[in-house]
Ligand binder design. Structure first.
Ligand code: ADP
Length: 505
């Protein structure tokens, strides 16, 4: 009938028989037992030892039991005192209980009675300890939570970019000082209102509303968004849903970064490129033409070698002129000054002409180039035909260039909802995954064993993307290295009007 191996009891009684009997019984029950025959002796034991339960005789010579009890109660509040008393002194025992003793046992007692009362006392100690431990844990969790909360708040507050959090209804629940400062918000404007009271851009507000309502569960499909304030400040906003434990949408978090300096740099760079290209174009074109004339005038075997060298020089000037043409196109697109001549365009016809024109290049590589048109006529597009020619010319030329001799290039057209979809598929070199998001960057060219020797500028796809962005179109690419690529273009039936300041490029 073990109580606990850890508990220590102190038996305080002037009768040796009682002390010894208690020791025997309690040791057998698993307790460590200490003994004292007088009150003062008991107090000095308590000063040295860790005791849980004291069995205290009230009638002892020297210091009175009640006096010992009051000292124990005052100094060792966790010790449970069981008073041992004779029949004649039940009243004293009751008095002792009033003074803080936990229980009492009357002499003479049998072993079971002693064990029961000691076990009860131990149970009380155990429960008290458990309750204390629980309380300690609760305090710790609360203070952890408190620290965590204030830590997160401090991080958000001191975040250098603007952060704003909305609830599922699109109401602002939190914003940091950087957000206020970037958007120049009135200091009196507190959280709690709808997002449009804080953000000046309608499309961005709509995006935040969509994210807040949980429309975008796939994190990757949320586009970054650029917007400007009237004072020539430019920002990049990226939003994500805030998900709860069960993946339910609790709102949106939007991060806003000031990209004015980057934009300015970009603009300076474009201006520089445009200027240099302009300056280079006319002398180069003159050299190109002069070379043509010299080559034409060179007849006879004596000149064969020179003619070959000059022909190669002319080839190089042609390449340079085309690079300059691309650079100028790109600068114009970047500045939003592409003069789009919106006209009615029959896409079938436009594509037939391009495919026809490029079939000479495909034939040279013994490639099969085919155009697959839908049975039903496509709607007539309102678009700039030059922009469309540039888009599909670039994509089909790429397919020819990056496909081995004897390969296949298929151009197909169909409707995808309200958009016209044009896909250019080849079974050529393909593009490894790691390059896929880079190929739309300016001057980016994949340099691998197969593409290294193919000449190009790395400007074709940026031009395609820039043009599509400006007319409200979309391009995506799927590709498998060594198997082939599929470029898919979505065109709006009615292109947007001329964009003066193309924000997404
Ligand atoms: P360029 O063709 O002048 O190098 P682009 O911007 O048109 O520049 O293309 C960028 C890069 O993307 C190319 O260098 C090439 O590595 C890759 N690429 C484009 N189209 C294809 C294609 N159809 N198949 C394989 N790689 C392609």
């Amino acid at each position: 009938m073990e109580i606990t191996p850890d508990a220590t009891a102190l038996v305080v009684d002037d009768e040796q028989d009682i002390r010894d009997a208690c020791e025997r019984i309690l040791t057998r029950a698993g307790l460590r037992v200490l003994k004292a025959s007088r009150g003062d002796e008991a107090l000095s034991v308590l000063a040295k030892e860790n005791v849980d339960i004291v069995l205290l005789d009230l009638k002892m010579p020297g210091m009175d039991g009640l006096e010992v009890l009051s000292r124990i109660s005052a100094k060792y509040r966790k010790i449970q005192v069981i008073v041992i008393t004779g029949y004649a002194t039940v009243e004293t025992a009751i008095e002792a209980m009033k003074q803080g003793a936990y229980d009492f046992i009357a002499k003479p007692f049998d072993p079971d009675q002693l064990r029961i009362v000691v076990r009860r006392a131990w149970e009380k100690i155990r429960l008290t300890r458990e309750a204390e431990e629980l309380e300690r844990k609760r305090q710790r969790t609360l203070s952890d939570l408190d620290t965590e909360k204030s830590r997160i708040r401090t991080i958000i507050e001191s975040f250098p970019s603007g952060v704003v959090v909305t609830d599922p209804k699109g109401r602002v629940v939190l914003m940091n000082p950087a957000f206020r400062q970037l958007l120049g918000l009135n200091p009196d404007l507190n959280a709690g209102r709808r997002i449009e009271d804080y953000l000046p851009d309608e499309k961005l507000c709509n995006l935040v509303m969509e994210i807040s309502r949980g429309k975008h569960v796939d994190f990757d499909d949320i586009p970054d968004y650029e917007f400007s304030l009237s004072d020539e400040k430019h920002f990049l906003a990226s939003g994500q849903p805030v998900l709860g434990e069960r993946k339910e949408c609790l709102g949106a978090v939007l991060n806003i970064v000031d990209i004015t300096a980057m934009k300015l740099l970009d603009q300076l760079k474009s201006e520089f490129v445009a200027k240099v290209s302009h300056e280079l174009r006319s002398p180069l074109s003159t050299i190109h033409e002069q070379l043509a004339m010299v080559i034409k005038d060179m007849v006879g075997d004596d000149f064969a070698q020179d003619q070959h060298i000059l022909a190669r020089a002319r080839e190089k000037t042609r390449g340079l002129i085309s690079l300059i043409g691309d650079l100028l196109d790109l600068s114009r697109i970047e500045e939003g000054i592409i003069c789009q001549e919106l006209q009615s365009v029959r896409l079938e016809e436009l594509l037939e002409n391009i495919v026809d024109f490029l079939s000479t290049s495909a034939k040279k590589k013994t490639q099969f180039l085919a155009l697959d048109l839908p049975e039903n006529p496509l709607p007539v597009l309102t678009a700039d035909p030059i922009a469309l020619e540039s888009i599909f010319g670039n994509l089909i030329t790429n397919a020819i260039n990056y496909t081995q001799d004897g390969g296949e290039i298929k151009v197909a057209v169909d409707m995808a909802g309200i958009n016209v979809r044009v896909s250019v598929r080849d079974n050529g070199f393909g593009i490894a995954d790691k390059y896929l998001d880079k190929i739309f960057e300016r001057f980016y060219r994949v340099q691998d064993e197969k593409t290294r020797y193919i000449t190009g500028t790395g400007l074709g796809l940026p031009i395609v993307k820039g043009l599509l962005d400006s007319i409200g179109g979309f391009i995506s690419v799927e590709s498998t290295f060594d198997k082939g690529s599929l470029f898919t273009v979505l065109l709006p039936v009615k292109s947007q009007a001329i964009v003066k300041n193309n924000p997404s490029f």
